[in-house]
Design a protein around this ligand. Structure first.
Ligand SMILES: Nc1ncnc2c1ncn2[C@@H]1O[C@H](COP(=O)(O)OP(=O)(O)OP(=O)(O)O)[C@@H](O)[C@H]1O
Ligand SMILES: [Mg+2]
Length: 468
């Protein structure tokens, strides 16, 4: 489909000249002599872009811009400003203008800006399409995943959510165990009742006991009033016992009873209380292994492990990395009011080869880091946390930032890569220049010479330059 542009300017000669130039470039162009005519056209027809003068008699450009954005949010606006009105142009950018161009300008200048605008729009559309796909196909509740293994998890949730079966969720840190527990509860008939979460990693055993089962007034020093425990609070709902592997052995007996019989007593109490709860628990460790090591009761293990759902680490489902990144990118750019539309190919490669020890949580944090620091419309390596610098050396060294550049200075780019290689070699050799020169297959004098030309000078740790 051809790009449709609306040009609004009260200067007739300007309008007509622009129309001819834009049409020569293959765009469909309509004209308006003022903002009111422009708005009428926008009501009848959708435009990819509006190029408008900032100062017009009937309505100023900023008011016009606000009305365009309200009428047609997807239409991008380029403002033409007189030399002295930069302040207004900045104000316009804050109101959502894509770009401004200072008069007088050459058509080439404008053409580059339009090119960028269309690229940006294309990126936005791609994200929206992917988002829609995520919404419909790759999402269960708030859990995103297109990998086969996650589709199996979704199938399991479908079958199991509405039953009262006890479920054990197993997975490394950050794999989404809590998210899954939420999905189980909110897709069950218990969804309008409580969803109570407790971590069994509470350091003090007595506190954990009283948190789980409650206590009677006077049960121990400080128990000034009766307190309900989490099991009681979860009555008719779901209790999520997180980090179940951390529960002390003697409390395991009490837990076994409530899971078996749905009956328990508060600490210091004699009355047996009955509850109707669904139990979901999560572990990072292999409970079976803990049973073998006598660190976890076997009978409790079998009670908890009626059905197990294993959440695989992210490195074993790399198909999910790109849609998860897009999902976090969208969420975080909206939150932080940034307009970053995707990852550049270099970052995509790094994300796929990295092994994500912190799993999805780590990915979310890395994307957040990039969104906060990012300056261009694609995430680049420079926006990633420092520790990513040490990851896939080859792909980093040869990465040249081409974002928002209309030209690349070849010798500058080569110097950039050369500098990265020198830093890499010195890192490899812990600063030993003789070894570094060997690694780069250049004479040591050449390395020295190159080092002396690097600006700002590198901080090299003292080396003895001897070959040990
Ligand atoms: N499949 C997923 N789709 C979308 N977001 C996810 C997914 N998995 C995890 N997350 C997000 O990652 C973060 C960590 O998830 P969650 O807290 O559920 O992990 P966890 O397994 O309970 O971690 P931990 O063992 O450290 O407690 C959360 O912000 C969660 O929303
Ligand atoms: Mg958790």
């Amino acid at each position: 489909m051809k790009t449709r542009i609306l040009v609004v300017d009260d200067d007739k000669l300007k309008r007509v000249t622009l129309k001819t130039q834009l049409e020569d470039d293959g765009y469909i162009v309509d004209l308006g002599e003022n903002a009111l005519v422009g708005l009428e056209k926008l009501k009848q027809q959708s435009y990819d872009a509006v190029i408008t003068d900032l100062r017009m008699p009937s309505m100023d450009g900023i008011t016009f811009l606000k009305k365009i954005k309200k009428l047609s949010p997807a239409t991008e606006v380029i403002l033409m400003t007189a030399y002295g009105s930069i302040e207004n142009a900045v104000k316009a950018m804050k109101e959502g203008a894509f770009e401004y161009i200072t008069k007088p300008f050459s058509y080439d200048e404008l053409s580059i800006k339009i090119g960028r605008l269309l690229e940006h729009q294309k990126g936005k559309i791609q994200i929206e399409t992917l988002q829609k796909k995520i919404q419909s196909q790759y999402r269960y509740h708030n859990i995103i995943g297109r990998s086969k293994i996650m589709q199996t998890v979704f199938d399991k949730i479908d079958v199991l959510a509405d039953s009262d079966t006890t479920i054990l969720i197993e997975g490394e840190t950050g794999t989404g165990k809590e998210l899954l527990a939420n999905a189980l509860h909110y897709n069950s008939h218990r969804k309008n009742n409580a969803f109570i979460k407790i971590s069994c990693a509470i350091l003090n055993r007595d506190i954990l006991e009283s948190e789980l089962f409650g206590h009677e007034k006077g049960a121990f020093t400080g128990a000034i009033r009766t307190k309900k425990g989490r099991f009681e609070l979860a009555d008719r709902g779901t209790i999520f016992l997180d980090e179940i592997d951390d529960i002390p052995l003697d409390l395991q007996v009490k837990l076994l009873r409530v899971i078996q019989e749905r009956v328990f007593e508060r600490v210091g109490g004699e009355r047996s209380l009955e509850v109707d709860v669904r139990v979901v628990c999560a572990t990072k460790k292999d409970l079976k292994q803990m049973v073998a090591e006598h660190k976890f009761r076997e009978d409790l293990y079998y009670r908890l492990n009626v059905v197990k759902i294993a959440l695989p680490p992210l490195r074993e489902r790399s198909e999910d990395i790109s849609i998860l990144s897009q999902h976090f990118l969208k969420k975080l750019t909206e939150e932080k009011k940034k307009s970053i539309t995707g990852l550049n190919p270099e970052v995509e490669k790094i994300f796929l080869s990295y092994d994500w020890p912190g799993n999805v949580r780590e990915l979310e944090n890395v994307v957040e880091h990039a969104v906060v620091l990012g300056k261009s419309d694609q995430v680049s390596i420079d926006d990633l946390p420092d520790y990513f610098c040490e990851i896939p050396i080859q792909s980093k060294i040869f990465a040249v930032n081409t974002n928002r550049k209309n030209q690349i200075d070849l010798s500058e780019a080569i110097s950039e890569v050369e500098k990265k290689l020198i830093i890499w070699a010195l890192n490899q050799t812990k600063g030993n220049q003789v070894k570094a020169a060997r690694l780069l297959k250049i004479p040591r004098t050449t390395l020295r010479d190159k080092l002396s030309r690097i600006e700002p000078p590198l901080q090299i740790s003292e080396d003895d330059d001897s070959l040990s």
